[in-house]
Design a binder for this molecule. Sequence first.
Ligand code: SAH
Length: 246
Amino acid sequence: MSAKVWLVGAGPGDPELLTLKAVRALGEADVVLIDDLVNSAVLQHCPGARVIAVGKRGGCRSTPQAFIHRLMLRYARQGRCVVRLKGGDPCIFGRGGEEAQWLREHGIEVELVNGITAGLAGATSCDISLTLRGVARGVTLLTAHTQDDSPLDWQALAQGGTTLVIYMGVAKLTEIGEQLRAAGMPDRTPVAMIENASLPEQRECRSVLGNMQQDALQFRLKSPAILVIGAVAATAGASAACLLQA
Ligand code: SAH
């Protein structure tokens, strides 16, 4: 007998940003494997479940992915309903796709549940409209951190006309700044750096491309943080209207 594994996004931190579907999945769970950056306040929705922390902040320095796979498989094969709870959205830099594929290959039914990804929440929580009409035609979500050091097309990023939303970028600010400037993005391009988005301890630092590393240092920017780069990053509430008129 095997039950289902739900791969669920817990959203960016604010427990009110959890979806109703995530709440339902948690309510059905026998076992919850909880990741880094998940606000434990969401566990109020699964009072009877066994909760296992599998992220770095959960006590283990870094739980090997293979171990997490085996844990999900073991509980599912025992007929338990498993919820794998991840920060933000499970499929945005969250390994949701890999885990779903692996589980399906092992005969386990999987259901993915969206969460609000940190990049979108970070922008919204400081009044940045990522695709502000007339200013940005799109948005690009990217990470500055790769496993294989695969190259990014900085030219396309710098000149594509979309707002850049960068995950895992705090330790790579120098490289990001240098690459975008070398690829032709102007020094005065607005940047917003948003730490702990959607949580009470949220902080935001506004800067421009040419100064962002210096400003982040002075601000003592820490992970988790999102970088928003592009004209829309200069906006905040009413000032969006000024930008449109400019
Ligand atoms: N699946 C997650 C992303 C995981 S990668 C999602 O969809 O949001 C981890 C990175 O996400 C962090 O390094 C940081 O860049 C970003 N992040 C996650 N939570 C955040 C938060 N509350 N505030 C700012 N950035 C956050």
